[in-house]
Design a protein around this ligand. Structure first.
Ligand SMILES: Nc1ncnc2c1ncn2[C@@H]1O[C@H](COP(=O)(O)OP(=O)(O)OP(=O)(O)O)[C@@H](O)[C@H]1O
Length: 762
């Protein structure tokens, strides 16, 4: 054992001992906090409710307030002690993974800095471990030896690095230790990426790469756009970024103010351990569909499966494309402006089957305000007036026949329960009638008042249709390859859908936006950071809408234009679109070209599928060449799948059989499950499970597996050039092994150089 090894092990022993001491002290504190809370809770018994006199009331209130404050303090103490217990047990398990010796300018000697998952000190300012997110830790990820400059909250700081050392520690023992002059040594990275896939993504703190570190620590950009090839660590980097931001803005930023839009629920499930593993709470994670469903609970929205599998006629596709443009977004805004003068659609307010306020009356109120009222103000003012009007209607309604009939037929119990505490001697029958009638009418009015408060007197569906009908007045549809006739045909389709309380993806966001403009919504202003994964699947309209909906947030967008569902043309213009939404001085575009997921052979193969793709560099890790097998019939493919799965299982490689559609996945499952142990993933709401799975391509986004079997990569299945990206996405899910099966003819999209794969024959 080398001298250094020994010295490091001794230091490790000392640190672990100190962690233990800290744990014991913390446990005591936790006990005290818990006991304290019990006492406070007991204290409630002593709070006397003296309510007969004013001073008694005041005393009670004070006493309650005091108890509440004490409870809050104890709870805080307990929470922080609990948090500390969690941190310490993490550190006990794995205290640090790196050491750098840094001499800051002005200091007379270098200081060793040990970097781990959290900071730990045994005395004020005596840090035995530095959090990986501390400013100084950045040096470890960014540079090799020598003079360096690093960012601190107070500006740039210069220093000299004389040593970089990496550790692997298990059960309190240093397993390996090596010095390096690179940023993060390749050996460590190779170890990290050579592991097997799992159903849960892991954190990459120990091996963050320099360009990933830039993304993680960026606090300047309003828009940070990360373009990165499949497997280049986009998702990993942003999850570490969330952890970094929560650390950097601790006390001012909570996990609930960070929202991540991800491609599907399965993916959410896949990544949901990364932050807890680092001792942080998860941010809010949702899919765009979930976001829209939450906002439009009454409508049946188009699902992921429908969106991917539906074959639409060209004209419909063109309409949908147009509805995704920023021109269309602007058109909604222009239309909404016109509503300040005229055109707002209302529903009459009804009570007991008859109209009490007609749509014309509502319109009259709505347009009675002067010109400088905005839509939202108009609506608020109208709402107030309507509420008053309805309340004022109570008197008239009390005399109506139905109220009289109800009162005449009241049983004794009903009578008592209606009047409640107000049962008393009435001076005459009229007084009694009025008292009863008032309660009855008020009760019946409550739902009407509620509807008004919720602005249900707006006819938003009719409004949306009217907007669509008038759209050619605002934008020339001809510029988008449409004619006014075709456009109106599309409007009729939307109308038909809305009659069935459904909305397709293309209409969903315009509908929400129009509704928001009418309501004068100011968006969710407390959300501070928005992350959007798989940005290439969003339309410019959606992006503009998200910007509008989260006006105070900084955006981080991740995407791979190679995996675009957008056409290439759109992908290129995405940049221009974003320039219109964000101040270009505060936008930063970063490219990740190095891939980590797959072996060199798989990366090279996947890359060859793309034409003029973005730059992709494989990480040097070798494996077998991908294999392609073309058989003559369906049962041949089933045979091939079975034998490949058997080989993979024997080699402990978790396998995903990826099909194009759910129907295909079902078919393969039906033929396999009696003889092979497989799980089918039908919807995004399922969980990933260990072992072999069958999954349709659109649910495999963002995931990775040791081995992938691409089902039926035939010419008929993957025919059009627009499916190139999909084929690339499927191939790039594989870490170590890729098998492609086809019937009769291989898809021409897989027509790559023969040295990149092995053609298998039986
Ligand atoms: N710095 C790193 N150290 C170790 N492993 C890394 C690093 N960066 C990425 N990886 C690994 O590479 C794999 C791919 O990363 P990730 O899923 O974040 O890529 P991605 O760019 O989001 O891919 P895709 O676009 O295909 O969804 C993961 O297994 C991840 O753990």
């Amino acid at each position: 054992m080398s001298k250094e090894f020994e010295v490091e092990q001794q230091r490790l022993d000392t640190v672990l001992r100190k962690i233990k001491v800290a744990q014991e002290a913390n446990d005591k504190q936790l006990d005290r906090a818990k006991k304290g809370q019990d006492e406070v809770e007991k204290g409630w018994n002593d709070v006397r409710f003296k309510s007969s006199t004013y001073s008694g009331l005041f005393e009670t209130a004070m006493s309650v307030r005091q108890q509440q404050q004490m409870l809050q303090e104890r709870e805080l103490a307990q929470n922080s002690a609990e948090h500390q217990a969690d941190v310490l047990s993490r550190l006990q398990h794995n205290p640090y993974f790196a050491r750098i010796d840094v001499q800051e300018s002005g200091a007379d000697q270098p200081e060793p800095i040990y970097i781990g998952l959290a900071s730990f000190s045994d005395a004020p300012d005596n840090f035995l471990i530095y959090d990986w997110r501390a400013p100084i830790s950045s040096i470890y990820y960014d540079a090799g030896l020598g003079d360096v400059i690093y960012e601190t909250p107070d500006g740039q700081q210069s220093a000299n690095v004389s040593l970089k050392r990496q550790f692997q520690i298990e059960d309190g023992k240093i397993v390996t230790l090596f010095d390096t002059d690179e940023a993060v040594g390749d050996q460590m990275l190779l170890n990290a990426v050579s592991g097997e896939s799992s159903t849960k993504m892991k954190s990459i703190v120990t091996t963050i790469q320099r360009e990933q570190n830039k993304i993680i620590r960026n606090t300047r950009a309003e828009l940070l756009f990360v373009q990165g090839a499949a497997g280049s660590g986009k998702t990993s980097a942003v999850l570490q970024r969330v952890a970094y931001l929560l650390y950097r803005y601790r006390g001012n930023l909570s996990a609930g103010q960070v929202v991540m839009f991800s491609p599907n629920q399965l993916f959410n499930d896949y990544i949901d351990q990364v932050l807890p593993e680092m001792g942080e709470q998860n941010m809010v994670q949702m899919t765009y569909y979930q976001y829209a469903s939450r906002r439009l609970p009454k409508l049946k929205l188009e699902t992921l499966q429908e969106r991917f599998e539906e074959q639409q006629p060209l004209w419909q596709q063109q309409i949908n494309d147009f509805k995704g443009t920023s021109a269309f977004f602007n058109a909604v805004g222009t239309y909404a402006e016109t509503l300040n003068q005229a055109g707002m659609k209302f529903r009459p307010i009804k009570f007991h089957g008859h109209e009490i306020i007609s749509r014309e009356q509502i319109a009259e109120i709505y347009y009675s305000y002067n010109d400088n009222y905005r839509l939202g103000q108009r609506l608020e003012a109208t709402k107030e007036r309507l509420l008053n009007k309805v309340r004022g209607h109570i008197g008239a309604e009390m005399q109506s026949d139905w109220v009289e009939a109800r009162i005449e037929n009241l049983s004794k119990e009903e009578y008592d329960s209606l009047l409640g505490d107000n049962v008393k001697e009435f001076k005459d029958e009229k007084a009694e009638y009025n008292a009863l009638a008032k309660v009855i009418v008020q009760a019946e009015m409550t739902p009407v008042l509620k509807l008004i408060s919720r602005t249900r007197f707006l006819n938003i569906n009719a409004q949306f249709i009217q907007f669509l009908q008038q759209l050619p007045d605002f934008v020339s549809v001809v510029n988008y390859g449409l004619t006014p006739e075709i456009w109106q045909k599309g409007v009729a389709e939307t109308l038909e859908q809305m009659r069935q309380k459904a909305l397709n993806l293309a209409d969903m966001t315009p509908f929400m936006y129009l509704f928001d403009l009418i309501k004068g919504s100011h968006g969710e202003r407390d959300i501070r950071f928005i992350f959007i994964d798989e940005i290439q699947d969003y339309t410019p309209f959606q992006l503009a809408f998200l910007k509008y909906s989260f006006p105070k947030a900084r955006f981080t967008m991740l995407g791979d234009l190679n995996q675009a569902i957008f056409t290439k043309e759109n992908a290129r213009s995405l940049h221009q679109e974003l320039d219109q939404l964000f101040d270009s001085d505060k936008s930063e575009y970063v490219q990740l070209t190095q891939t980590y997921r797959s072996t060199q052979q798989i990366t090279d193969f996947a890359k060859a599928i793309l034409i003029e793709g973005a730059t992709i560099n494989a990480f040097e890790r070798t494996g077998d060449l991908p294999t392609i097998e073309v058989v003559t019939n369906h049962s041949g493919m089933i045979q091939a799948v079975k034998s490949q799965v058997a080989i993979n299982v024997a080699d402990h490689e978790t396998t995903a059989i990826i099909t194009k559609t759910l129907a295909e996945a079902e078919q393969v499952y039906a033929e396999l499950h009696s003889t092979t142990d497989v799980t089918i993933i039908r919807t995004e709401n399922q969980r990933l499970v260990p072992g072999t799975i069958i999954v349709p391509a659109y649910l495999a986004k963002g995931l990775e597996f040791d081995a992938v079997i691409m089902w039926n990569a035939s010419r008929e299945t993957y025919a059009g050039d627009d499916e190139r990206q999909l084929v690339y996405t499927i191939a790039s899910r594989a870490m170590h092994r890729l098998t492609i099966l086809a019937k009769n003819h291989l898809s021409t999209l897989l027509d790559v150089a023969p040295e990149l794969y092995v053609m298998k024959t039986r």
